[in-house]
Design a protein around this ligand. Structure first.
Ligand code: NAP
Length: 301
């Protein structure tokens, strides 16, 4: 990739912003697409990005953002528009014809799905279909399939409410095992691929934290780092949905996705481990203990 060709980052939320920081630390030119020229756009610019206005569901804006770009990161939030955005990007990038890599933020659940499976959420089906469209496009795809993020509110905002009050982590995960991964580790992989895309085109990377734990073991890890007794309370799923989730007022697409994540945890579908973070970046994924230790005040406030 020529030094002057910018990397395009779209969906610059949790992962994308961290990818931007990592690429700028290596002096790689970065262009970021945002929907609004607001304070967040100014912050991205202050981090060294060229900021362009656009929308992943509007092809004419994707075409402008792609000019001169050789590698692109595609991400959307959990959204019913996911497949529309992916198809828009695939068709515009195909016509553009200049990409060495298109990095797709997908989900690990896709690895366990088939064309006809029905246990997954609508969002997980959209990721599965988007991967199909991207692969049919013939573009040099790299699918990133992380398991649940450690930064997800399930492991951050919610425990930060119950730990100070009751010394508990209260979730409807049953005895299922899980191996959540820090956003920072996902971003390290994405930045590595975007920086030197050639060896990665055509690959699927499944990303997890370094080990699987059940929620009792996760509570023990929190307890060790925060220096106080913390136990796991297995809340019945319907009760948790009514008493916790529905009080947040999320759009139904997101709520259905979170309830499905919980059900799949109960069914032990998140019991999976991969060493891909270390293999691809040379540094192992953060442990739960590392993650919590960096956020002690947040969890105990
Ligand atoms: N959270 C998890 O545990 C987890 C685990 C595995 C995979 N994932 C996947 O990760 C993805 C989310 O990644 P993330 O957490 O890094 O992102 P994020 O924080 O949700 O941010 C996504 C960004 O996309 C922007 N956006 C929304 N609609 C857009 C559009 N039409 N065109 C252009 N930009 C648009 C949003 O900006 P606005 O401010 O304009 O809305 C936001 O900045 C999802 O696909 C999810 O399925 C998440």
């Amino acid at each position: 990739m020529a030094a002057s060709n910018p990397v395009l980052i779209t969906g610059a939320g949790g992962v994308g912003r961290s990818v931007l920081e990592k690429l700028r630390a290596r002096d790689v030119p970065v262009r970021v697409m945002v929907r609004r020229d607001d304070d967040r756009a100014a912050q991205l610019q202050a981090l060294g990005a060229e900021v362009v206005l656009g929308d992943l569901t509007r092809p004419e804006t994707v075409a402008v953002a792609l000019e001169g770009v050789r590698s692109m990161y595609f991400a959307m939030p959990v959204s019913p528009d996911h497949l529309l955005a992916a198809t828009t990007v695939a068709s515009v990038a195909r016509e553009y014809g200049g990409l060495d890599a298109l990095v797709d933020m997908s989900q690990m659940t896709v690895s366990q799905m088939t064309a006809t499976s029905t246990a997954e959420s609508r969002q997980q089906r959209l990721h599965w279909l988007a991967e199909q469209v991207f692969d049919w496009s013939g573009l040099p795809m790299v699918h990133i399939r992380p398991t649940s993020f450690l930064d997800n509110p399930l492991f951050t905002t919610l425990p930060a409410q119950t730990i100070p009050k009751r010394g508990t982590i209260e979730l409807p995960f049953g005895t299922g095992r899980t191996s959540p991964i820090a956003v920072d580790d996902v971003a390290r992989v994405v930045a590595t691929v975007l920086h030197e895309p050639a060896p990665h085109a055509g690959h699927v990377y499944e990303l997890t934290g370094p080990r699987t734990v059940d929620m009792t073991e996760m509570a023990e890890a929190f307890s060790k780092v925060l220096g106080r007794p913390i136990s796991y309370v297995d809340v019945p799923l319907e009760q948790w949905r009514n008493e916790v989730l529905s009080t947040i007022g999320l759009p139904s697409h997101i709520e259905q996705h979170i309830v499905t994540m919980c059900r799949l945890h109960q069914q032990n579908r998140y019991d999976r481990a991969s060493d891909a973070v270390e293999r691809l970046t040379g540094v192992p994924a953060s442990t739960i203990e590392d993650f919590v230790a960096a956020r002690k005040d947040f969890y105990l406030a």
